[in-house]
Design a protein. Structure first.
Length: 653
């Protein structure tokens, strides 16, 4: 269990932690000289039952509020400390507000310095504190005499014993709040683990200002958890990790992320649900520049209001959907809590929870994005996914979803197959994507594709089928092409349609023969066979076959779609067998020197210069040959099997 102190300056937080643990968390010379906590302090206690309690002692002075904020993330219990003499003070209220905005739900309160006040004053302050925390117990303690210590320890030990362990899910993430070097040990970073597990030997990424996107690879040599050596650490525990890698300790600053590979990619935008405080001098405004505190990091950002209060069955209150545009790239995940201060860092003006990491530009597909974000306000990844599938009614990029909510691969697989998700969705996986579609959307899209293929057959009875690219162009733009191909693939597997040579057709469909077109093709094929290597121009075909340009264009177009000819240039087509024979002759030119020139190819083929150049440029385009100055070489030194399977080049028929 992690406990964080909160309260006004000089109300005895550090003395209280020392009373409970025996550790003075004011370790720097300046802190001891001034009697003032400046940086975060840490102490640990092992309960009689063997549980571990970690205490984070935060600064109380307003000048060090930023340091205080850095210590609150990821705690289990807030311990509000109030001086029996001074009572509730401004910083008491501000610290309590900070903890609430950062999602701390459980509290205890301690009235300190009771040796300096009479019983009536102590009773009065206890009642004032109860008004602030009506659901939390209030203890009275003297750090000087030890009065009340045992009662408080018993309560803390009881809470530690009965507290449910925080669910450990996701990839390991830790927001660094300290980095230092120990002689004989090396670089050590510490912080409260936000998610996942870590063990000695693990390889992690350290996201620093010098490498904010990819991070620096480091290895965990050893670790301490809750102040003691350990083999593993987990979410909710204070961890100190000895790291080995190509990183200097001075490059690591407070707020840098230490995380497993595969976490969300750092970005410049994220969408969030924000609790906008109205009882502050200057509430959060649209386009306002602010400071954000995420984990132990302070960030400059601009707030862009996306919408008002969330939908009717979403969270109530002063919640607003806001996109934050950051000054520099930073990693966030769904559910990360954060605090908002004005740009001058004088006032806490709100807090919130991340909904969408790496958000799209704020004005793009705004209505759909608002609908999607409303679904993202649910309280757990399964609830979010169900809402996206049921209410949003669109496909879910499941790979992106797993990264955004920080799920390990096995956790994602279990979620997709769970009883709450599997009945609602169809999962489509391909080498370039992984998607979940609502079953109704999946069935409707398949029916739409099948209908469009049949319509194509009806309008073009002599053609074999519609090109997949053309079919994609007729589908709603909500689908990316890889997902469209995955849906089409499901139709193929169901044997509803056939996909061959890039053409889609209904399984039972047979193109009707056009006698005129068929007769023209036979004449064209014989003409091309008779010409051999001397591939004719379209003008020669028009002159010698007298087809007419319209019929010639139709027969050439049909032959290209059927793969019966290949387009060599804008003014010639050739039979695949002819091109293969020419390619074999060219391949033989490289046996001695490894390369050949246009002149050598011209002589070997017995052709004119113009046709030879057109053929060589065609072979360059299909990556059979490669031009190197005035010479050419054969790519990979052989005839690739798919040389003539490439689509035809555009040109005038």
């Amino acid at each position: 269990m992690i406990v964080a102190t909160a309260g006004h300056v000089d109300h005895g937080k550090t003395s209280l932690v020392k009373l409970l643990t025996g550790v003075d968390t004011d370790r720097s010379e300046e802190e001891r000289r001034r009697g003032l906590t400046i940086n975060l302090g840490f102490a640990f206690r092992t309960t009689p039952a063997g549980s571990s309690i970690g205490f984070i002692d935060v600064p109380g002075h307003r000048r060090f509020l930023n340091n205080m904020i850095a210590g609150i993330g990821g705690i289990d219990l807030g311990m509000l400390v109030v001086d029996a003499v001074e009572g509730v003070m401004p910083q008491t209220l501000e610290h309590l507000r900070v903890m609430r905005l950062l999602g701390v739900d459980d509290y205890i309160a301690v009235v300190t310095k009771i040796d300096r006040a009479d019983a009536s004053r102590v009773s009065e302050i206890r009642e004032a504190v109860r008004d602030l925390l009506p659901d939390g117990p209030v203890f009275a303690v003297s750090s000087l005499t030890g009065e009340g210590r045992d009662e408080l320890l018993a309560a803390l030990d009881g809470l530690a014993a009965t507290r449910e362990e925080r669910p450990v899910r996701g990839r390991f993430r830790l927001s660094v709040d300290r980095a230092f070097v120990l002689n004989g040990v090396g670089l050590v970073v510490s912080g409260t683990a936000m998610s996942g597990r870590v063990a000695a030997g693990d390889r992690l990424r350290l996201l620093t200002a010098h490498s904010p996107h990819e991070g620096v690879e480091v290895r965990v040599r050893s670790l301490h958890v809750q102040g003691a050596p350990a083999h593993t650490g987990a979410a909710g525990q204070r961890c100190a990790l000895n790291l080995v890698g190509d990183v200097h300790w001075q490059d690591v600053v407070r707020g840098d992320w230490l995380c497993e590979p595969g976490c969300a990619t750092p970005g410049l935008r994220f969408d969030a649900m924000v609790d906008v405080l109205e009882d502050v001098p200057r509430p959060l405004r649209h386009l306002q520049h602010v400071k954000l505190y995420v984990g132990a990091k302070r960030l400059r950002a601009m707030a862009f209001f996306l919408d008002g209060v969330a939908d009717a069955d979403g969270p109530k209150g002063t919640g607003r959907l806001v996109q934050f545009i950051l000054e520099s790239e930073f990693q966030v995940c769904w559910g990360d809590r954060f605090l908002i201060q004005d740009d001058g860092e004088t006032t806490v003006i709100g807090g919130g929870s991340v909904l969408g990491p790496n958000a799209p530009q704020r004005r793009k597909t705004r209505a759909q994005r608002i609908q999607c974000l409303s679904a993202m306000t649910r309280g757990s990844p399964p609830a979010v996914l169900v809402a996206l599938l049921q209410k949003h009614g669109q496909y879910v990029d499941f790979a992106d979803f797993r990264r955004s909510v920080n799920l390990r691969d096995e956790e994602g697989e279990a979620l997709a197959a769970s009883p709450v998700v599997a009945p609602l969705s169809v999962r489509l996986k391909a080498s370039d994507g992984d998607w979940l579609l609502p079953r109704r959307l999946f069935d409707e899209t398949k029916a739409e594709l099948f209908r469009k293929v049949r319509q194509w057959h009806a309008s073009r009875p002599s053609e074999t089928g519609i090109r997949a690219d053309a079919l994609f162009g007729q589908v709603d733009a909500r689908f990316p092409k890889p997902l469209f191909m995955a849906i089409l693939g499901s139709l193929v597997r169901e044997r509803s349609v056939i996909l061959a040579n890039g053409l889609v057709k209904c399984r039972e469909y047979r193109p009707s023969a056009n006698p005129q077109l068929q007769e023209a093709w036979m004449r064209l094929r014989d003409f091309l066979l008779q010409a051999g290597f001397r591939i004719p121009l379209f003008s020669e075909i028009d002159r010698d076959l007298a087809l007419g340009s319209k019929l010639r264009m139709a027969v050439v177009g049909a032959a290209l779609k059927a793969g019966q000819v290949r387009q060599v240039s804008a003014r010639r087509v050739a039979l695949p067998d002819t091109l293969m024979q020419i390619a074999k002759v060219i391949d033989g030119l490289t046996e001695q020197s490894g390369s050949f020139t246009v002149i050598e190819a011209k002589e070997a083929l017995g052709l004119g210069r113009d046709l030879t150049i057109e053929l060589l440029e065609y072979f360059d385009s299909v990556r059979f040959t490669r031009r190197c100055g005035n010479a050419r070489t054969i790519m990979d030194g052989n005839l690739p099997g798919l040389l003539f399977a490439s689509p035809s080049l555009p040109g005038n028929h």
